[in-house]
Write a protein that binds this ligand. Structure first.
Ligand SMILES: C[S@@+](CC[C@H](N)C(=O)[O-])C[C@H]1O[C@@H](n2cnc3c(N)ncnc32)[C@H](O)[C@@H]1O
Length: 480
């Protein structure tokens, strides 16, 4: 029996495993609905190339130059981009006359991503030397691997990646789930947005476009905390001299309740389709919230600056254009279909999990009808903006590793290397500690301990006495 909207049981782990763009190669799959992203990415290629110029290369290296694409999904976009990145870096090596290293590419996404479809699209690895690989058409010149996991957590070993790329992914809020009697799942749109008693409860809406200030404020807070985690972990994984290029949904308005393009995509016909759906309770609708946040430049900048591990080479809002790619803009039916497929390729998996496949089918067919009925405005009004960030890793200057008093956690720069927390001054102790207060910084701590220890006091006293004697001798010679 097909499940009805109210009896879907989704365990925490299971949900993290199902969240993804729609896999496969079908009509509503991401692979077939990512032409808009491809177009937008190509219009930003010059910015990506500028960032690649900032990566520091070594005259020779025994380790492979490593590139990671985070939120790669399962289409050709990631393959095109990664290949382009590696070709650009190869050209730089050649023009500098440096020894060409081997190249590794890591394709990373949530575990539920359709990596199979992705790797079926991957050209074979050219055999032979790297030089031979480079002249072979339709072959790749890099070793490839999948890295399943959330980019809001650790993904790679310390200091292992030279270049991070992430496109159209960082606007997704962290996909952590809270369960309520196992019957409703709450992925991490902020908890307050799902709490009926909270002023941030997003009643009657499935997205924050046009929502209350509190609701949008809760989303903003979640986005900034997610981005802070992303940067913190990348700063541990990046090699010195590395850079990253990030693109995510953005907005031009300072007001987070105005989510611009995504606001219209999920806040108009998609929203209306939920309202018309019937068959589900209003509570069921209200517990569905699209976990996406289109950031302003200021929202983004604040986090990068607070983190302090990366210098900003460039940070701008870039006009991407329409997310709907249609061959005949005057064909209303095609526009409606493009709208439904676009919403479905991005949010379909979440909707399926929330109300079941049958109701989800019904919902998206309503989106299609609405898009068809308002084709002209839909095409004109839904325009996307992106935040484009080119960041370089701030070199770690401290050579000396400092150890915390437990000798478990070492720190480099201003971070505990074990838990990646920024080191701050806790009120309870005069040593420096990360917020977990498990890792205290040794520099000051040893100094305090030394100054305070009885042996040290005796030693200090003795040195002081000696200096006084020397001074007396100098000022009052014996024969005086
Ligand atoms: C719109 S697709 C972008 C795909 C690809 N980068 C492109 O340019 O076409 C967004 C991807 O981000 C992934 N994603 C969302 N949240 C993520 C997270 N916390 N960790 C890793 N990937 C995530 C989704 O699974 C999805 O594959």
């Amino acid at each position: 029996m097909a499940p009805s909207g109210d009896d879907i049981i989704v365990s925490e782990r299971k949900l993290e495993m199902i969240l993804s763009m729609k896999g496969g190669k079908g009509e509503a799959s991401y692979a077939n609905n990512s032409q808009a992203q491809a177009k937008h990415a190509r219009s930003m290629l010059h910015l990506l190339k500028e960032t690649l110029e900032t990566v520091q290369l070594k005259p020779s290296s025994e380790t492979a130059f490593a590139v990671a694409d985070l939120g790669c999904s399962s289409g050709t976009n990631t393959l095109f981009t990664v290949n382009m990145i590696i070709q650009h870096i190869i050209k730089r090596y050649e023009s500098l006359g440096y020894v060409l290293p081997e190249f590794s590419a890591y394709f990373s996404d949530l575990p539920s991503n359709d990596f199979n479809t992705l790797f079926q699209l991957l050209p074979p690895l050219a055999m032979g030397s790297m030089e031979e690989c480079l002249v072979t058409d339709n072959h790749r010149s890099f070793f490839a691997a999948a890295v399943p996991g959330s980019f809001y957590r650790r993904l790679f070993p310390t200091r292992s990646i030279n270049f991070f790329h992430s496109a159209f992914s960082l606007h997704w809020l962290s996909q952590v789930i809270f369960l309520d009697n196992c019957y409703y799942y709450h992925y991490k749109v902020p908890e307050s947005v799902m709490d009926k008693r909270s002023t941030a409860y997003n009643k009657g809406r499935v997205f924050i476009h046009g929502a209350d200030e509190e609701t949008a404020g809760a989303y903003k807070k979640q986005y900034q905390s997610d981005l802070a985690s992303f940067l913190r972990f990348r700063s541990l994984e990046m090699r010195s001299g590395g850079s990253m290029f990030l693109v995510c949904l953005g907005r031009t308005s300072v007001d987070p309740t105005d989510q611009s393009g995504p606001g219209l995509l999920f806040g108009t016909h998609f929203q209306d389709a939920w309202n018309d759906l019937g068959l589900i309770t209003s509570e069921k609708r209200d517990t569905f919230n699209i976990p996406v946040y289109a950031s302003s430049l200021q929202d983004f900048r604040e986090v990068v600056e607070a983190d302090g591990s990366f210098t900003i080479n460039k940070l701008e809002v870039f006009k991407g254009g329409s997310p709907l790619v249609v061959n005949q803009p005057d064909n209303a039916a095609e526009v409606g279909r493009a709208l439904a497929n676009s919403c479905r390729s991005v949010a379909g998996v979440l909707v399926d999990a929330h109300i079941g496949e049958q109701l989800s089918e019904e919902l998206f067919s309503r989106v299609e009808h609405k898009g068809t009925a308002h084709a002209k405005e839909t095409l004109e009004q839904i325009q996307f903006y992106h935040i484009v960030a080119s960041l370089s890793f701030v070199q770690v200057k401290t050579k000396k590793k400092m150890r915390c008093s437990s000798q478990l956690h070492t720190r480099t720069g201003a971070r505990c290397r074990w838990c990646a927390e920024a080191v701050t001054m806790p009120s309870s102790s005069r040593g420096l500690a990360c917020s977990s207060e498990t890792a205290t910084r040794s520099g000051r701590r040893f100094w305090h301990v030394a100054r305070g220890s009885p042996m040290m006091r005796v030693w200090n006293f003795w040195v002081f006495e000696l200096m006084v004697e020397v001074w007396k001798k100098m000022m009052m010679p014996d024969d005086a």
